[in-house]
Each structure stands twice: as C-alpha cells, then as structure tokens.
Design a binder for this molecule. Structure first.
Ligand SMILES: *Cc1c(COP(=O)(O)O)cnc(C)c1O
Length: 396
C-alpha cells in the first residue's frame, strides 16, 4: 500500500494509528493547489492537463487527482499505465493521458481502463490498432512528435507518413498531437522557438491532407511560465501546479504558492564539546562547545544524503523556532544532526525542512540547490515512509 491512500483516510488533524503518528510528515495544502490551478488557467486561457505522475510529484497521486478533478481540471497526465489504472480504480473519471512510451503487451490495459495512449511511432500505431480491433473498442490516442528532445516520438522531419496513417486509422480516435520542450525552464533559451516552429510545421500536415486538426499541446511548466506561443490548445504543467519553479533561471510570472511542506520534530538535544566529531565518518566537529539536535528523518525517507555537511560551507539547513540552522555531519538513513549554536530548542519542537516557519522560508528550490539537484528530484524522492497529511480543500 502506498502512503497517499492511508494518508487520505487520515487527512485533516493527526489521527491515532501507528503510521500516522510519525511526527515527520509531508503536508499538502490543497487550497494552494487550487490557487495554482486557478492562476495557471487564468494565465493561459486554454484547457489544462495537470501532470500527476510520480505520485503527483510526491504529493500523493490519488488525493491530488481527486482534488484536481473536483476543481474541474480538463485532463490528467501520468507517466505509466499503472499510474493511470490506480486513478481509475480510485474512481477518478477525468480523461487521463499516459505520457510514456507504450509496451506492446500492455496496450489492452490502456483500452480496458479508458486511458489515453501516447503513440510515438508508426509501429506502435499499428500495435494499438490491432489491440483495439481485437477488443472491439476504439483507442483514444495522442501522437507524439519529437521536435528536439530526442526521447520518444517521431522526428518532426519525418512525421508525414505517421500523421497520414493516424488520420486514416479506423480503430484509433485521434484526440491530440503533442511534443515536449527540452529547454523551456530557461526563458532565454532559443531552443523553444525552434521546437515550436518544428511542431507547427508538422501539424500543418493535417491541413495539407485535409484531415481535421486534433488538439495540439506542447507547454510544460516552463512553457506556461515563459512562452505564450507554446500554449496552443492545451498546456501540461507539472511542477508549477505544485507551486515550485522548474529551474533557478525560471521567472515567477504567475503567483504560485508552494503546495508541499516537509516537517519533523526535534527528537534529541545535547551539547557537543569542541573537537568531538558528529555522525558517520567523523567529517565535522565544532570548534567550540555547541548545542546539537537530532531530527528523525534521513536518506531512507528520500531526504538527500547530499545535504550532509563537512563544515566547508556546503550542506543543508532546517528551520527551528523561526531560524535557519545548518545540518552538521553526514545525513544518516533515519536521522541527522543540526547545530543550533547557543540557541535553545526542546524535544518535540517543530522542525521545517521544506516550507515556512514564522518569517523564515526554505523552499524546495533552495533545498535542491543545496543538495546539488533539482526540486523535482527532492519532491518525488520523499517516499512512502513519510505519511502525507492533507490540509484545506473540501471534505469528501
Ligand atoms: C513531466 C512532463 C510534463 C510536466 O513537466 P513540468 O516541467 O513538471 O511542468 C509535461 N509533459 C510531459 C511529456 C512530461 O513528461
């Protein structure tokens, strides 16, 4: 069982029950999620496909999808068919596109669960057609054109036969055609204009052969934030929906609020004497006696070990009593230590690892920079060992 399911049952105030009393939790603010969806919709003025892959970027696949459905989101996007099946089994009825490449033997699952299929080659188109015909049920497909990502999709420069075959297909309902932007996180990159041009040129083939133009979608969060020309008929924001910027170069062109907080508690307090090293490998020791607290979360929860500090100025930090304090020594599997200097802290004091505490704020973007990674990896890395707590939103 995945955390979001039982956390959904335990949404609202902390409940009794062994798992949910863990003081470490991912707090998901559903009102901020609604706010972000509303702002993105108002900004782009076209339908929104909310991307909920990878456990909704760590926020909990089913609770997030249900909330977005209640907000009337037009479409959901996941990476794998298994994620789509989980949504259907949870009673989510909003159209769902599976973004990833398909594996032939799974095609019948897409069709059986009413999941929309990414068709990324002529061969896969034929496989989907054969499976749909065998089931006597039309498959809803989105054609994937590669305009420069070189991941999946038919190259735009050789997409004409692909488009012709899809337009002529009897067993596939051609709902959309799409591509993916490689550099839209950076408003200064010239790559996006080139990809847009290639995409529109490929789409022009529908007109050329007199076929109806399907929906065209291209913009990820970077496209939504920086490149209005890429909005076309639908947008596919992921990280922006969760109130986090995709890249340090990104511009906050929309008022977005962070949806995720990560909180824990002080579980131990002590004084470490000057010169006595802390944690595995004895990589850090204080130069004067100092107060050190222990926090019960570690890399076994997906909190990056890269936030360890050897005292060279790099490493992570947390918020305690509204102040920022550095992680010291190595992050362990289940715990790590924080130097609070001469300040006071008590067992069970709240510790904020991502989010706001008083006037202090530590965002997923900044934590990612400290860990030498991107906020996506931080958020999706927080695993099912951490209970999710849902605040705001309407009771179901
Ligand atoms: C993950 C993904 C998105 C969303 O990306 P963000 O950068 O999180 O907005 C959109 N489209 C595709 C095809 C994706 O794989």
């Amino acid at each position: 069982m995945h955390a979001p399911d039982h956390a959904q049952d335990a949404s609202g105030p902390v409940q009794s029950g062994v798992v949910d009393t863990r003081p470490t939790r991912v707090r998901v603010d559903l009102d901020n999620l609604s706010h972000n969806l509303g702002r993105i919709r108002a900004h782009v003025g076209v339908p929104v496909m909310a991307i909920v892959k990878a456990n909704a970027y760590g926020h909990g696949l089913v609770p997030v999808a249900r909330h977005l459905q209640a907000q009337g989101v037009d479409q959901l996007g996941v990476a794998f068919v298994e994620e789509g099946v989980r949504l259907r089994q949870a009673g989510v009825t909003t159209p769902v596109l599976v973004l990833g490449g398909i594996s032939g033997r799974q095609i019948s699952q897409y069709i059986a669960h009413d999941l929309e299929i990414t068709v990324s080659s002529l061969d896969k188109l034929h496989q989907v057609e054969a499976a749909a015909e065998a089931m006597g049920r039309r498959a809803v497909i989105h054609l994937k054109i590669d305009t420069g990502m070189e991941r999946i999709g038919v190259h735009s420069y050789s997409s004409r036969p692909f488009i012709e075959a899809a337009a002529a297909s009897r067993w596939c309902e051609l709902k959309a055609v799409y591509s993916h932007l490689a550099c839209a996180d950076d408003p200064g990159s010239a790559m996006t204009a080139l990809q847009l041009e290639r995409f529109l040129e490929a789409c022009a083939h529908f007109d050329r052969i007199g076929a109806p133009m399907p929906l065209r979608h291209l913009a990820n969060s970077g496209g939504v934030l920086h490149f209005p020309q890429t909005w076309l008929d639908m947008v596919r924001p992921g990280i922006a929906l969760y109130g986090v910027l995709p890249d340090p170069a990104s511009r906050r062109s929309i008022d977005l609020r962070p949806v995720m907080s990560l909180v824990s508690q002080v579980v131990y307090f002590k004084v470490v004497k000057a010169g006595n090293p802390v944690s595995y490998g004895a990589t850090w020791a204080p130069s004067t006696d100092t107060r050190v607290v222990t926090i019960p979360i570690g890399y076994g929860d997906g909190y990056p070990r890269a936030l360890s500090s050897a005292g060279d100025g790099r490493g992570g930090a947390v918020l305690i009593r509204g102040r920022r304090h550095p992680i010291v020594g190595r992050v362990c599997m289940d715990q790590f230590m924080v130097d609070i200097g001469q300040e006071s802290a008590w067992n069970e004091d709240e510790v904020v690892l991502i989010g706001r505490q008083g006037d202090a704020f530590l965002g997923a973007e900044e934590l990612a920079r400290m860990a030498g990674t991107i906020p996506y990896e931080i958020m999706v890395g927080l695993n099912e060992r951490i209970p999710r707590q849902y605040v705001g939103g309407v009771a179901e």
